[in-house]
Ligand binder design. Structure first.
Ligand code: SF4
Length: 711
């Protein structure tokens, strides 16, 4: 393997947070043969249906190839000057806080870093958020409340070594397929039990030893009951709790009120007492337990409490930081973790630093940024509402399609028409979001997967390289370069004089180590002096990776954190969290009697701008659909293959009906992927309100009151 443009290039899959290694062999005609990388520690050569079809998605059909201003092709110089002048004018007229950036877990860390530095350090706006807000920000908030830091304690090897894997709100068999195969391997090799907790009987549930089909939104009751069961049943690790934690009494007292016994848990969750008891006994009696949670937990108006109710059960048993144990957040996107590292969320600064005066000052000095912001910005839902109210006058969207994926997508479309400046960095020519909307719309052609160079971080804190193996088409450029050019045009030539992606990465690594001294979890100082040549061939490595972790070239990251029982709170103790009783943010009514759940299908990714190019992938589910239970179908006159109009208080869609008992009575399920040609009749985003979690700001996407009727 040569780590250059020819002949075979080692890179990373652009889809889910598993972060599988890919070998790409270009054919010299714009295509490439794709295979799994047997040396990558995430997948050891395996790829799922989406990853193995990557070669079918490389065509230039529907690519944005040239910059445009208001629909007219212009040179890059003109487009960049329009952006810089427009941002300057908006800042002068309305203040820098009238400018916002909406970023993406699809961006590379280098793109993310430069965007964050430009906005928060030099333009002086805190309003930088990302589609990762819709993905895992509740897991971030739960980590911070429990550990004092946004730290994923464990690694994929823990799934190989666990005796019990509990999957909560996760259809891993479809959404993290290669990790699920590792879990299945562990079951075959060592008898690992798999428990799935989900309102839907998914493919993952079908392949589990125990499936708990709980009522939507009742997870907190199930895990509060488990905490009580563990504490009262003599399963607590008293020494660990006494030496390394705080707050058990308060959390337990609240848990007792929510779920004093199994009968109360059964009443709250709709589960049978026997199946609850079986799960509790399994958890209590197994030392090596990993609880992996995903969007069913996070995409909820109570997502942070759900996460903490899970973490509480690991803390009380001391099952964290050791092989085969721990709570484990499965991130959705390829670089959700990298975005957290650079501070791409509105409530983070950079390198896992926040807004204490000391940390603001530290980043200010490192960046040489006197206009650095001093507090949090608006999170995604609030940010788009502020556009609606006219408070935000300029928006730069990068690598994401909020007009399909954001809650209240139609209201957002309307709001964007009022912007003075609307900038979209995009690889796709006619995504819903790339259609001209603002008073001035600038489209900047971005490099796509296979054309760009940089890094991503997967769910186990492993930084891998995405490498270029195709020529850049048309005038497409790296996003970090466009951002840096705008920074220079705004008068910050020195701060944005990055000659390469490697130089951006070195600065990012340097900031992580700057005045760190072990006080912050995210430290990759061991990579801050990586030469260009080493960056080009660098292999996947886990953080933390501080400078003192070995001599250059042989520095090793850490697979697990918290093995010493020391966390990142001020007293180094983990915190139990007293959670709120479960309740759906929006209840059903006579008019809207169903709970509408949303999610992915096996073979599509996000809004299908890439996977939609593969006929093989599209064949899995060719049209948007709604799943309905047979009893409800009979009551509401819905038939298999017919068309249903699904309506909510926020919008309506027309979808093909699938009648299945995989969804419980009283619920509907609809996939999130369809936009584009189906935009007017199948976008999930137009149907959901997205009530935000009060702690994380992550919107509820899985429990909207809805009605369904035949068309
Ligand atoms: Fe890509 Fe995820 Fe499939 Fe791996 S599991 S090949 S990262 S989509």
């Amino acid at each position: 393997i040569v780590h250059g443009p020819e002949p075979t290039v080692r890179t990373t899959c652009p889809y889910c947070g598993v972060g599988c290694g890919v070998l790409a062999t270009p054919d010299g005609q714009g295509g490439a043969a794709i295979a799994g990388d047997s040396e990558h520690p995430a997948n050891f050569g395996r790829l799922c249906s989406k990853g193995s079809a990557l070669g079918e998605t490389l065509s230039l059909e529907n690519r944005l190839l040239h910059p445009q201003v208001d629909g007219v092709r212009v040179p890059w110089e003109t487009a960049l000057t329009e952006v810089a002048d427009g941002l300057h004018a908006v800042a002068e007229a309305h203040g820098p806080e009238s400018i916002a950036f909406y970023l993406s877990g699809q961006l590379l860390t280098e793109d993310y870093y430069v965007a964050n530095k430009l906005a928060k350090g030099f333009i002086g706006t805190p309003h930088v958020d990302t589609n990762s807000r819709l993905c895992m920000s509740s897991a971030v908030a739960a980590h911070r409340r429990a550990f004092g830091s946004d730290t994923v304690p464990g690694c994929y090897e823990d799934l190989d070594e666990a005796d019990l894997i509990v999957l909560v709100g996760s259809n891993a068999a479809w959404c993290h397929p290669i990790l699920f195969r590792r879990m299945a391997d562990a079951r075959a090799r060592r008898g690992t039990k798999i428990v799935t907790i989900d309102p839907r009987r998914t493919q993952t549930a079908e392949e589990s030893d125990l499936f708990l089909g709980l009522r939507p939104g009742s997870d907190v009751a199930l895990f509060s009951g488990l905490l009580v069961h563990l504490a009262d049943g003599g399963f607590a690790d008293a020494r660990f709790v006494a030496e390394h934690t705080a707050g058990l009494d308060g959390a337990l007292e609240r848990a007792r009120r929510i779920a004093p016994d199994i009968a109360a848990v059964a009443a709250a969750t709709g589960l049978a007492p026997a199946e609850i008891g079986a799960f509790y006994d399994l958890f209590a009696g197994t030392r090596r337990v990993v609880t992996a949670f995903s969007q069913g937990v996070n995409q909820s108006a109570q997502g942070t409490d759900k996460g903490n109710s899970i973490i509480n059960c690991h803390l009380v048993t001391g099952r964290i930081g050791a092989v085969g144990t721990g709570p484990f957040s499965l991130t959705g996107q390829p670089n959700a973790m990298g975005g957290r590292e650079v501070g791409g969320l509105a409530n983070m600064l950079a390198a896992h630093m926040h807004f204490t005066p000391e940390e603001v000052d530290r980043v200010r000095r490192f960046w040489g940024a006197p206009r650095i912001i001093t507090g949090e910005g608006m999170k995604a839902v609030a940010l788009f509402e502020a556009i609606q109210r006219g408070r935000i006058k300029a928006l730069w969207v990068m690598g994401t399609n909020p007009l399909v994926s954001m809650p209240r997508a139609d209201a957002i479309r309307e709001a964007l028409t009022g912007l003075d400046l609307y900038v979209v960095s995009e690889a796709v020519a006619d995504s819903d979001t790339a259609r001209g909307l603002g008073r001035k719309t600038v489209l900047l052609p971005a490099q796509a997967w296979g054309e760009k160079d940089g890094t991503v971080t997967n769910s186990e804190r492993r930084i891998s390289r995405q490498r270029r193996f195709l020529a850049s088409p048309g005038e497409a450029r790296p996003d970090w370069q466009a951002l840096a050019e705008v920074g220079r045009r705004l008068g910050h030539a020195k701060a944005f004089a990055f000659p390469s992606a490697a130089a951006v990465f070195r600065e990012h690594a340097g900031l992580s180590a700057f005045e760190n001294g072990g006080t912050r979890d995210f430290d990759i100082g061991g990579l801050m002096d990586i030469p260009d040549a080493a960056y080009a061939v660098s292999l996947p490595v886990q953080w933390p990776l501080p400078k003192k972790s070995g001599p250059p070239g042989r520095r090793q990251g850490r697979a697990r954190l918290f093995a010493d029982g020391r966390f990142y709170t001020f007293d180094r103790r983990a915190r139990f969290v007293a959670v709120q009783p479960p309740a759906l943010a929006q209840g059903v009514s006579d008019e809207h009697p169903f709970v509408l759940n949303t999610g992915r299908v096996r073979d599509h990714w996000h809004t299908m701008t890439r996977t939609g190019k593969s006929q093989r992938l599209s064949a899995h589910r060719a049209v948007p659909f709604v799943e309905v239970h047979p009893d409800d179908a009979a009551t509401h006159g819905l038939t298999e293959g017919g068309i249903a109009r699904v309506s909510t208080p926020h919008g309506a869609a027309e979808l093909e009906v699938t009648v299945t008992d995989a969804v419980p009575p009283g619920t509907l399920f609809m996939p999130m992927h369809w936009g584009g040609a189906y935009a007017s009749r199948a976008r999930v985003g137009a149907l959901v309100r997205g009530m935000p979690d009060p702690v994380s700001g992550q919107p509820e996407l899985k429990a909207t009151p809805a009605a369904a009727a035949p068309v």
